[in-house]
Design a binder for this molecule. Structure first.
Ligand code: ADP
Length: 227
């Protein structure tokens, strides 16, 4: 069975159809770009997967379970299995790098020993061991994004979902972020990245699902931004 399956998803906002019967599936360990012009519905797709948004009809299966049927009390568990990275990093400026990553574990009452083990581990994954005690305002945009990736990895998620992760950083830092995502993927984590950065998509040569006018325009392994 696929790890993720979107089935006949229809979503309208204020009488405008944003997603018009979208279906696709993603296998365990894939690296997939969702591309399309601004407003195409890429973020809406990401939000449905983490149950922040509901469709008008259709379902999203994650490991064969319809995420819209998951009881509210199990939603934190779903969100631990899916690490999420946003364009704007969402770091707490009053906390250092270590603390920003530790938060993900503190909210589930992880023991201090666990936190002391995991946080340096995930920071090493993203190449930030030497910035562990820096404050966010001492970091470049690319470094901030790497902190947010480390935070998303703290629960060893099955999937890492990234919504425009390179949207606010320079091209060199963006390449570094993509190298890290590729490394995470090679260790077995599925990556789903929504982006309109065609340079990156064309460079990476991964599967590309292109959404346009509410429909899947193309879906190609080793595809380019324009299909
Ligand atoms: P993308 O990520 O591809 O830029 P989005 O998924 O953010 O696209 O948005 C798709 C469309 O839905 C846009 O036209 C946007 O304005 C609209 N939209 C998104 N969220 C809402 C909302 N909460 N209320 C009304 N319209 C929304």
């Amino acid at each position: 069975m696929p790890q993720i399956e979107f089935k006949d998803i229809i979503k309208t906002y204020e009488n405008t159809v944003v997603l018009d019967s979208i279906s696709f599936s993603i296998e365990d360990g894939e690296f997939v770009f969702i591309v399309g012009p601004s407003g195409a519905g890429k973020s809406t797709i990401v939000k449905m997967l983490i149950r922040e948004e509901f469709p008008d009809s259709g379902c999203v299966l994650f490991s064969d379970q319809n995420v819209f049927d998951i009881p509210q009390c199990d939603i934190p568990n779903l969100r631990r299995r899916i690490g999420v990275v946003f364009q704007d990093f969402k770091l707490l400026n009053s906390k250092n790098v270590f603390e920003n990553v530790a938060i993900a574990l503190e909210v589930v009452d992880a023991p201090e020993e666990t936190i002391k083990n995991i946080v340096p581990n995930v920071l090493s994954m993203v190449g930030l061991t030497n910035k562990m005690y820096s404050m966010p305002n001492q970091l470049s945009g690319g470094e901030k994004q790497r902190v947010s990736i480390a935070r998303a990895l703290a629960h060893e998620p099955d999937i890492l979902v990234a919504d425009e992760p390179t949207g606010m950083i320079d091209p060199v830092s963006a390449d570094e972020v993509m190298d890290i995502l590729e490394k995470i993927n090679s260790l077995g984590t599925t990556i789903l990245m929504a982006t309109h950065d065609y340079n990156i998509v064309n460079k990476m040569k991964k599967r590309v699902i292109r959404i346009e006018n509410g429909k899947i325009k193309s879906d190609k392994i080793g595809g380019t931004y324009n299909g």
